[in-house]
Design a protein. Structure first.
Ligand SMILES: [Zn+2]
Length: 444
């Protein structure tokens, strides 16, 4: 399956930068929920590996000089600045063995995900001679609440990694809230995981200008997948099944559905895709620095009509095609500097100016998809600093990209619409249960 909305790309990091911090008259704390790449599966280091008994060296069993090799176990903790190599060599394991064990581990786990305080249990066999380095028999640790990993020296004479995974149960996660200061703060308060919030913002980004449209009293709710261990520890959160926002009294609700095309997307109850033909903001993480309309031109000094909107962002920030279309113009265009125009259909074109460069190889006549990078923010042409000047042309005339009524995207038809409609009652019931409505009790 191909999930458009869910992909955690760098793109998303940008969206959040601008969106989450744009509260109502205030900024939110982004740090507390983890960054955009926050991954709940790595967050757990505290209850890793059975018991840690005293100091690491307390495990060392002194072997008499002529005794047969004995196996000792050491519990060791990841310290600041540690790599797995450092940790192993600090425990007297020679680099060759350490390297072989790490190579085996890397096939199932990225050792860079180790966290300070994480525990590793090492089994070591004393060397044959008194001064010889002990050899590593096995190394085990808990990678996250659901997975433990063991790297073991096998009879075949090589290290091998084995992953033990607890069975996870899928359940519905749900969060709802009313916005008082910012969407971000309300979502944190409602216990919505950061990745779910990211996905929710992506779903609504076609309808909602998060920097302007969010008002005190606006509401939201979201139903998503949770994967938990038997003990009830949520290890992963998954896809959003349903998300709704009520903005200044206007209700928007979207349901997840995978049409025959195979591309999972979100649709309102009439089967209309959340996607619009054109995006209002074809760059992520940018700040709207100048709106559409009359303004005193920053370079020319006199009042002039500004027939586009400006988004300020650092040079090199990717610019996306606002919709599917064909490159109509690409090249230098006077005061516009490096410029691209895309023809979307017989009515709409979009234009992008002051770029620092174009996507490699892109040329006139090429087809582009919505969201595809076409070039990069710059300050070429008549421009005072790095920004994107973005225009929407309707029947050849520039219109305000922020307010022009945009044509709707895909609508489900035929068998797809039937299947989608048939899926809604069950989903509505899950939503009702999650809300605590009705007589159905949620399974634990
Ligand atoms: Zn402009």
């Amino acid at each position: 399956m191909n999930h458009r909305v869910r992909s955690r790309s760098a793109l998303l990091a940008g969206v959040l930068g601008s969106v989450l911090l744009a509260g109502i008259g205030g900024s939110a704390l982004l740090g507390t929920l983890g960054g955009p790449d926050f991954d709940p599966t790595t967050a757990d280091a505290s209850n890793a590996v059975p018991a840690l008994i005293g100091e690491a060296n307390a495990f060392a069993i002194a072997a008499p000089d002529d005794a047969p090799a004995a196996v000792q176990t050491r519990a060791v903790t990841v310290e600041r600045g540690d790599t797995l190599m450092k940790l192993l060599t600090r425990n007297d394991i020679n680099r060759r063995e350490a390297h072989a064990a790490i190579s085996a581990l890397t096939e199932v786990y990225d050792p860079r995900r180790m966290q300070i305080g994480q525990l590793f249990e090492l089994s070591l066999k004393n060397g044959e001679k008194k001064e010889a380095a002990p050899s590593l028999v096995s190394l085990s640790f808990k990678a996250d609440p659901a997975r433990s990993i063991q790297v073991r020296f096998t009879d075949e004479g090589a290290y091998q990694a084995e992953v033990k995974e607890k069975a996870l149960k899928r359940a519905d996660g749900f969060g709802a809230g009313t916005i008082r200061t910012s969407l971000y703060e309300a979502a944190v308060e409602a216990g919505i995981p950061a990745s779910v919030l990211h996905d929710m913002i992506r779903i609504f980004s076609f309808d909602v200008d998060f920097q302007r449209d969010i008002q005190t009293g606006d509401r939201f709710e979201v139903l998503y997948d949770e994967h938990a261990t038997e003990e009830g520890t949520v290890v992963r959160v998954g896809e959003i099944s349903y998300a709704a926002m009520t903005l200044s009294g206007k209700h928007l609700a979207y349901y997840q559905y995978t049409p025959k095309s195979g591309v999972t997307d979100y649709f309102n109850e009439k089967g209309q895709s959340v996607r619009k033909t054109l995006m209002r903001t074809p760059v992520n993480g940018a700040r709207l620095s100048s709106g559409y309309g009359k303004r005193k031109h920053p370079i020319l000094g006199y009042t002039k009509m500004h027939r586009g909107v400006d988004f300020a962002a650092p040079t090199g920030t990717p610019i996306m095609a606002a919709g599917d279309g064909v490159i109509d113009f690409i090249g230098r265009n006077g005061a516009y500097g490096k410029y691209i125009r895309i023809r979307h259909n017989s009515t709409y074109k979009t234009a992008y100016a002051h770029m620092s460069g174009y996507k490699r190889g892109l040329k006139r006549g090429d087809r582009v998809k919505q969201g595809e990078t076409i070039g990069y923010i710059g300050t070429t042409g008549r421009s005072t600093g790095p920004h994107l000047h973005y225009e929407v042309h309707e029947n050849g005339k520039q219109r305000n990209p922020m307010s022009v009524k945009l044509p709707a995207g895909e609508k489900l038809k035929g068998a797809d619409m039937k299947r989608f409609a048939a899926s809604l009652p069950a989903l509505d019931q899950r939503i009702a249960v999650a809300r605590g409505e009705g007589q159905f009790l949620a399974q634990d």
